[in-house]
Design a protein around this ligand. Structure first.
Ligand SMILES: O=C(CO)COP(=O)(O)O
Length: 283
C-alpha cells in the first residue's frame, strides 16, 4: 500500500467553524473576504507559524474549494509558494466508511477529493443532539487519516467548574482523556491530529472559560497525549474571540483557537489573527 502523505501543521492554528449559521451566499462571500489580501487576514509568508482554516457546512465545501483554488492560482502567478498551502478547508463531520449504502452521510474520500485537509469530529453538538459516541468518533478519525487528512477532535467536560479549582481540572482531564485515548489508539502513530478542548458549558455563551482552567486542563490533555511521532496540537474553543489570546491570555497555553460566533464578522477574525501574529513576532 502506498504510504499516506499528511498535511503539515504549523506552530499555531486558527480554525473557524460556521456550524449551520450561514446561507450559502453568506458563506461564499465570507470565504472571499477571509482570503481578500485587502483584509490582511491570511499572510502566506507566515504559514509555518500560523495557519487559518475554514470549516463550512457540507453544501459549501465545493464552492469554497473553488474560491481557494482561485486565490492559490493568483499567489502562484505572483511568485508566492503554496507549498505548504497558505489556508486549509475542513468539513464538520464524516462517515467512518469510505463509500456505500449510508443515506445522508458524507464520505471522507469525497471530502478529501474536494480539497479538504481537516475533518472536525465529535463536536459537543453532535454528541448531545445526534448521539455520536467515542467509538464512532475514533472510527471517523481513523477514516480521516486513511484519506491523508487531519482529524480535529473535540473534547471537553460537560459540567462547569465548582468551588475547588483543582478538582474541576482533574475531573475535566479525566473526561477528556477517554476520547483522546480512543482516538490515539485508532489512528496511525505518525498521523497529525488536532484536539480542540471545548468545555461543553462554555460553548455558545457570552464569555469563554477562564484562562487558568483552560491552561491547566490543556496541560493535562498534553500529558495524556504524551510523545508520539505525529504532530499533535491542542486548541481552545468555546466562545473564543478577540481579546482572549494576548497578554495574560491563552497564547502561552494552547496551540491555537477554534472560533465560532465571534468569527462571524471579518473584523473579529482580523483582530484575533493580529493578536496571534503579535505573540509570534510576525505582525
Ligand atoms: O463550538 C465551537 C466551535 O466549534 C465554539 O462555538 P462558539 O464560539 O460560538 O461558542
Amino acid at each position: 500500500m502506498a504510504s499516506i502523505t499528511y498535511p503539515v501543521l504549523p506552530e499555531k492554528l486558527l480554525l473557524i467553524s460556521l456550524k449551520m449559521y450561514f446561507t450559502p451566499e453568506r458563506t461564499t462571500s465570507y470565504m472571499r473576504a477571509l482570503l481578500d489580501p485587502a483584509n490582511e487576514i491570511v499572510h502566506p509568508q507566515n504559514r509555518d507559524k500560523l495557519l487559518l482554516a475554514l470549516i463550512p457546512d457540507f453544501l459549501t465545501i465545493w464552492p469554497c474549494a473553488e474560491i481557494l483554488k482561485e486565490y492559490e492560482n493568483k499567489l502562484v502567478a505572483s511568485g508566492t509558494s503554496i507549498s505548504p498551502p497558505p489556508f486549509f478547508l475542513g468539513a464538520q463531520d464524516c462517515m467512518w466508511e469510505e463509500y456505500g449504502a449510508y443515506t445522508g452521510e458524507v464520505s471522507p474520500a469525497a471530502i478529501k477529493s474536494l480539497g479538504c485537509s481537516i475533518v472536525e469530529l465529535g463536536h459537543a453538538e453532535r454528541r448531545a443532539i445526534f448521539g455520536e459516541t467515542d467509538d464512532q468518533t475514533a472510527r471517523k478519525a481513523a477514516a480521516t487519516c486513511a484519506q491523508g487528512m487531519v482529524p480535529l477532535v473535540c473534547v471537553g467536560e460537560i459540567t462547569a467548574p465548582g468551588a475547588v479549582a483543582s478538582e474541576a481540572v482533574g475531573q475535566a482531564v479525566a473526561e477528556c482523556a477517554v476520547l483522546v485515548r480512543a482516538v490515539l489508539a485508532a489512528i496511525p502513530a505518525d498521523a497529525p491530529v488536532i484536539f480542540a478542548y471545548e468545555p461543553v458549558w462554555a460553548i455558545g455563551k457570552p464569555k469563554p472559560a477562564g484562562v487558568d482552567h483552560v491552561a491547566a486542563v490543556v496541560e493535562g490533555i498534553r500529558g495524556v497525549i504524551g510523545s508520539r511521532p505525529g504532530a499533535a496540537r491542542v486548541l481552545y474553543g468555546g466562545s473564543a474571540g478577540p481579546g482572549l489570546w494576548g497578554a495574560g491570555g491563552l497564547g502561552k497555553a494552547v496551540d491555537g483557537m477554534f472560533l465560532g460566533r465571534f468569527a462571524h464578522e471579518i473584523e473579529g477574525v482580523r483582530k484575533v489573527v493580529r493578536e496571534v501574529e503579535e505573540s509570534l513576532g510576525v505582525a
